[in-house]
Design a protein around this ligand. Sequence first.
Ligand SMILES: NC(=O)c1ccc[n+]([C@@H]2O[C@H](COP(=O)([O-])OP(=O)(O)OC[C@H]3O[C@@H](n4cnc5c(N)ncnc54)[C@H](O)[C@@H]3O)[C@@H](O)[C@H]2O)c1
Length: 254
Amino acid sequence: MTDQITGSKTPGRRMEGRRVIVTGAASGIGRATARLMAREGAKLALFDINEAGLSPVAKETGGIAILCNQTDSAAVDAAVAKAVTALGGLDGLVNTAGIIISGNLAATTDDIWRRVVETNLFGPFYLCRATMPHLQKTKGATVVNLASGAALVPNSGSLSYAASKGGIVGMTKSLAMTCAPNVRVNAIAPGSVNTPLITDRNGGKIPAGTAERYALKRVAEPEEIADAILFLSCVESSFVTGSTLAVDGGRTFH
Ligand SMILES: NC(=O)c1ccc[n+]([C@@H]2O[C@H](COP(=O)([O-])OP(=O)(O)OC[C@H]3O[C@@H](n4cnc5c(N)ncnc54)[C@H](O)[C@@H]3O)[C@@H](O)[C@H]2O)c1
């Protein structure tokens, strides 16, 4: 063991003492991650633009709620500074906040492209840049970025989304090289997950035919993605960096 490898593998203590920012914590995968990390002993700063959704998660997990629109780099810098002061340092970042807007090439306006790329790629970049000086002070610090299966297999229906998530995969690899050895940087590429990201566009339901695309013949629950995020955020993944882990019930076989 070296001092790069710190932390507990004991269930219930895997995030003990670790100070983590989770973005997109008001809903879906971010909320499930906040709940799991709190149960594993993390101290949390929870970022989102949705105040009504964020407050109950903060109350439940004991985390600090920080309203932050991640498309605004100055707002991200201020929010990270606030989080680091409140937590007394930083050991982890989970970049979960994101949006999707459907549209193939012909249907993708400048505005759609800009909104999706600003949220899904500029946002995580701003967060990585603002947190890295703090993460570098901790041996065994981690970043987990949310990519998507849309970055790994052809997806003609959401061009801007696929492009933004492809950017996440590339950014993750580059940061893994440049931020080592103190900070490990990984990504997760989920398949379809039962969250408002996909159900809001379909009357609160998973679109018909979605489950059949996966070997396991179902979509994921957000807690199943949170389990993978926990793995990449704790000592159990101490020799994993630069990876994009597909958590997709058998679709991309990545
Ligand atoms: N649900 C899926 O099927 C699926 C599949 C693959 C990847 N993902 C990715 O997982 C991540 C989480 O998605 P989810 O399914 O939990 O979605 P969700 O819609 O349930 O949650 C996303 C959260 O991000 C927040 N957010 C959006 N724009 C923001 C901004 N500008 N600043 C700050 N917060 C903002 C929203 O308020 C929301 O709370 C996203 O990056 C998404 O692309 C989801």
